[in-house]
Ligand binder design. Structure first.
Ligand SMILES: Cc1ncc(C[n+]2csc(CCOP(=O)(O)OP(=O)(O)O)c2C)c(N)n1
Ligand SMILES: [Mg+2]
Length: 1004
């Protein structure tokens, strides 16, 4: 049977050009194989074949214009001749269900219901007997029919209450008690005595290393209080839960809270992974072998995995890490092994917008591989996190509201008998009403104070503790310091399915530090302990050191044969190895053959396109390369259509962990919105921080999952480094490998969008990150050379660098690549064109991005009208040129006796005549960066100042980077250099109506 392949519905476009024909007569093709590539003025998209068969006839060629319904080809053996997407049966069911719901709503008559507004919370019990009956009934159900039935009944009652119009009080929070009742706690199998000793040694060594460092110099700083509050939270994980990466398992991923790093070093010391010499070099890294202040993979690449110390980055990166893990599993690139991502956070840290900003996504995506542990020591740096409120309750509300499984670990085991004995309910009432400022004071002021202030308020409570001494009261511990409670919560978290879990643990900041720093406002900054403080700390945790040893601040490590060391090592052996540990066994990806990029090296003739379009076409080509295609991770925060990437939706699908439960509104169109469980595109929605976190997860998959991925994150360049600069810095620390693409770049190239959108400085921001390699190319061939080299350096040669490339949305023709310039494109500049007219005067005209084209146009005018010849240099990277300049200069200064080495800028320019005029669509400091590296006079033009909306032409005039200003300023510069008279400049200024009185653009 003969089938016709026609152009399907391609959206709003009429008469689009065929730019590639991907099959030939006689080819055997499969369903969905691409037949041709179409290109509109904004995007290019492949047309897939609706069926398989053999191509009999090709009805189009490159350059043809086609519209919906145009015949592309004929083939034999097709199975169906209708190009349409079928709604699968599942979708129909969903739609029908929705209809039924609607019908139900139709029957609903609001007048039948009378609204009864409940009190926000009824504090006074007007009928205690009735209350008792209800509670007894509930307890009966729990006992006889189990918690599931009880929960069902409660839900049903709540639902009935809503239907009856009762506005119920806020139920986002539960009482201020542990979520897991004592009878449901799973008991730790560990030896508590040994674990307690190990914990004590770790506590001691962690504190000692900070104190010792500060004896060397108080400049070094450090924190004791954070880890002191979190030691149990870490120890239980290390002894029982966190499985390391090894040959047979991928490993759990743990984001340690930055300020608790001394605790991790102290444990690694007992494990024999860190020497005493290293402990003595805490925060002294310059002469190698020191320990970094916080988790910094760049500084300790075999140890730390995740940079977390900039508050808020850990939580958002952790969420997207867990999401990316599921992405890899759903795309069959990673085995499902039940690996978990644990993220440790401070309660103060939760104020960062990034900390809570993505918790909705975690619940929506059902990230049951994610566990947050929030260490609620009720304090941050300056004082209480919520003196007048309760941070634990507030967080519970936020996380429950977002759909997380919330486990509160507030009270330790010593409270259990009291809670059990309290028949009056007054204990929970008191727990509920006390605010954090009070709780903090109670842990600073001792047992008598707690007796008076906490229990003393109600006679029932006074009575409850009447037989307890002040010391007994002081021992009433907090949940986060009780290994049993912590174990039970961790266990429950690891068993939870279908949602992420947050463990909100209450602790004491500076636990064990006594008067020197326990639960007082200055705890965070405490880094010096005097002799008395140290002796107290030793006694508090029974560290077996003599007074003399304490005074010398010696570390404590029992012998290798001791039961503690054997136990600790055995535990880690059982859990597969040590944590943290950073390694990579990823195989490099072979850079694609040059021919994938070949078409970009040719001229586009008259045809215009933007570098954004060129990039998207490159990515489309790369999706045909077998080794690269599966590893590409296109990431977009809701801008695919702006960048002409909508063709990717159908081609490779948008990742959606639940697939697509609906028929998309544009299902008939070629670029329809296709969500898929194994989709490849990460369509993030409007969250640059989220998209960047996804990018970091993908860009470090080579170490966290041992698989090299190629993330390509496209964003409005203004919403890149400026918006997520700190994450980009963390990416550098984490040794991310991948591409960041600043699209719609340039302050005058993005015309109408105005001040907040027009980017004239992202390159400056990018240049601050040492391992970020950045380019501002003008032409498609430059982009192709740069992109291919990026693939080779990062993903084949595994250099720990990442690329930032700006692409633009201005359409223009692209010339052919000049011979032999590849290396120079990569170094940062090459000679694009020489004007050798009759002119005796010469200038060196440097331009980048779209403004290079203004320079080219200016050169023509200068040559034809003013007799000034130019060497035109395309500067692909002022940033790379500066790096080379700095390094060369340094080398020369260090070797005054040696022959001077030339920097690359000098190499290019020294034998050429005339001053340098450098122009770009960025602030002057971008091109000014290379000013010191040439002996020539140097004039820079750029786009300093706030952007504004107008046409490109007007904007370039405003910022004085259009060809007319380049001509006039060049003539003026030549006059200043006394190479020509002043007349030409004056004439040009007049001719181009350049207003000498206009204020400098930064003032406008
Ligand atoms: C983005 C950022 N801002 C400020 C700081 C400085 N800083 C370090 S620790 C800290 C307080 C942290 O309090 P919390 O999160 O409660 O941690 P804790 O030490 O109490 O466990 C602050 C403000 C930082 N590290 N990162
Ligand atoms: Mg805190």
């Amino acid at each position: 049977m003969t089938q016709s392949i026609i152009v399907p519905d391609i959206g709003d476009f009429e008469s689009v050009e065929i730019i590639e024909v991907l099959v030939k007569v006689g080819d055997q093709i499969n369903k969905d194989d691409p037949i041709v590539t179409l290109e509109s003025d904004k995007s290019s998209v492949e047309v897939p074949s609706p069926f398989s068969g053999k191509i009999l006839e090709l009805n189009v060629k490159i350059g043809d214009k086609v519209s919906k319904g145009s015949l592309l080809a004929k083939l034999t053996n097709g199975a169906s001749d209708v190009y349409e997407k079928k709604i699968n049966q599942k979708n129909i069911t969903v739609i029908e269900e929705k209809n039924i719901q609607k019908d139900k709503i139709k029957d609903f008559n609001p007048n039948k219901i009378k609204k009864v507004f409940a009190q926000a919370s009824s504090k006074d019990d007007i009928d205690p007997l009735e209350t008792k009956e209800w509670i007894e009934s509930l307890n009966d159900v729990i006992e006889n029919d189990g918690p599931i039935r009880a929960s069902y009944l409660l839900n049903k009652i709540v639902s009935e209450a809503y239907s009856a119009g009762l506005v119920l009080p806020d139920t986002r929070t539960t009482s201020y008690i542990n979520t897991i009742p004592p009878e449901l706690e799973v008991k730790s199998p560990g030896d508590q005595n040994i674990e307690k000793k190990i914990r004590a040694y770790i506590r001691w060594n962690a504190a000692a290393m900070v104190v010792k460092a500060n004896k060397i110099s108080s400049e070094l700083g450090g924190h004791i209080g954070t880890f002191a509050s979190a030691a149990t939270l870490y120890d239980v994980g290390m002894n029982h839960f966190w499985r390391a990466k090894n040959k047979s398992f991928g490993g759990d991923l743990i984001y340690f809270q930055g300020h608790s790093s001394p605790g991790m070093y102290a444990r690694a010391f007992l494990e024999g992974r860190i020497t005493e010499k290293q402990l003595n070099r805490f925060r002294q890294e310059v002469d190698a072998n020191g320990l970094s202040s916080y988790p910094h993979p760049w500084l300790m690449p075999k140890f730390w995995q995740f940079p977390t110390v900039s508050m808020g980055l850990g939580p958002i990166m952790g969420i997207y890490q867990a999401r990316f893990m599921k992405y890899l599993i759903n795309r069959s690139l990673l085995k499902e092994e039940g690996r978990k991502v644990w993220v440790f956070l401070g309660d103060g840290e939760m104020d960062e917008p990034e900390s809570l900003g993505a918790i909705g996504l975690a619940a929506r995506e059902k990230l049951d591989n994610l566990i947050f542990v929030i260490n609620c020591n009720l304090q941050r740096l300056d004082g209480p996190v919520r003196g007048n409120g309760k941070i634990i309750q507030e967080l519970e509300g936020s996380f429950r509201g977002a759909g997380w499984n919330v486990l509160k670990v507030i009270w330790g085991s010593y409270w259990d008998p009291l809670l059990k004995a309290d028949k009056s309910g007054m204990l929970i009432k008191r727990m509920n009403e006390c605010v954090d400022g009070e709780y903090q004071a109670m842990k600073a002021k001792g047992g008598a104070y707690v007796r008076e202030k906490f229990f003393g308020k109600y006679p029932e409570l006074k009575e409850l503790i009447s037989s307890m001494t002040d010391n007994d009261i002081w021992k009433l511990n907090r949940g986060g310091h009780d290994p049993h409670k912590v174990y039970a919560a961790y266990y429950a978290a690891t068993q939870n399915q279908g949602s992420p879990t947050v463990i909100i643990a209450k602790t004491v900041k500076g636990y064990g530090m006594g008067k020197s720093g326990e639960s007082i406002n200055t705890t965070h900054q405490q880094k010096k302990l005097d002799e008395q403080d140290l002796l107290y700390y030793r006694d508090r945790f029974n560290v077996p050191l003599t007074d003399e040893q304490v005074k010398n601040i010696e570390f404590y490590k029992p012998s290798e044969n001791s039961e503690e060391i054997r136990y600790l090592k055995e535990r880690r052996k059982q859990l597969g190895g040590f944590i943290p540990e950073r390694s990579s066994f990823a195989k490099p990806i072979k850079a694609p053959p040059k021919d994938i990029f070949e078409s970009f090296m040719k001229t586009t003739g008259e045809k215009e396109m933007s570098t954004t379009m060129a990039l998207v076409r490159m990515l489309t080509n790369l999706l045909r390369d077998q080794s690269v295609a599966p590893r590409l991770v296109p990431i977009i925060p809701d801008e695919a259509r702006t960048f002409g990437m909508e063709g990717f939706f159908t081609k490779i699908g948008i990742y959606a962990h639940e697939g697509q439960k609906y028929e998309p509104v544009d299902s008939e169109q070629l670029s329809s919105y296709r969500e898929d469980k194994s989709g490849q595109v990460l369509e993030e929605g409007i969250t640059e921080a989220g998209a960047m976190s996804s990018w970091i997860a993908a860009a470090t998959a080579y170490t966290n999952h041992d698989i090299e991925m190629i993330p390509v994150y496209l964003f409005y360049s203004m919403f890149g480094f400026q918006r997520i600069g700190d994450l980009a810095w963390a990416a550098g620390d984490a040794q991310a490998r991948g591409f960041l693409i600043g699209a719609t770049a340039g302050r005058t190239t993005l015309a109408g969008e105005g001040l907040q959108h027009q980017d004239g400085h992202s390159h400056i921001l990018a240049s601050m990150i040492p391992n970020c390699v950045s380019y501002d190319p003008t032409f498609a061939f430059e982009l192709a050379v740069i992109f291919r080299e990026g693939l080779r350096r990062m993903h084949e040669k595994n250099e720990n660098i990442f690329y930032y490339i700006t692409v633009m949305n201005e359409n223009y023709p692209h010339p052919e690549k000049p011979e032999g310039v590849d290396e120079e494109i990569l170094k940062g500049m090459y000679l694009f064109k020489e004007y050798k007219n009759k002119g005796k005067i010469k200038i060196q005209l440097l331009g980048s991005g779209t403004i290079l084209r203004e320079a080219i146009a200016a050169a023509k005018i200068l040559s034809e009208e003013y007799g000034v010849d130019s060497d035109i240099w395309s500067v692909t990277s002022f940033n790379e040129l500066r790096k080379n300049g700095m390094e060369t200069e340094r080398k020369n200064l260090l070797n005054p006796n040696n022959k001077k080495e030339k920097n690359y800028v000098e190499e290019c320019l020294e034998k050429r005549d005339g001053p340098v005029i450098a122009v770009s669509d960025y602030v002057r400091s971008f091109s000014d960066q290379i000013r010191p590296y040439t002996k020539k006079s140097f004039y820079s033009l750029g786009t300093d100042g706030f952007g504004r909306s107008d046409t490109r032409k007007n904007l370039r005039k405003f910022f004085e980077v259009d060809k007319e200003h380049i001509v006039a300023y060049t003539l003026s510069a030549l006059a200043k250099e006394q190479l020509i008279g002043t007349d030409s400049a004056e004439k040009a200024l007049k001719k181009y109506n350049i207003d000498k009185n206009k204020a400098f653009p930064t003032k406008l």
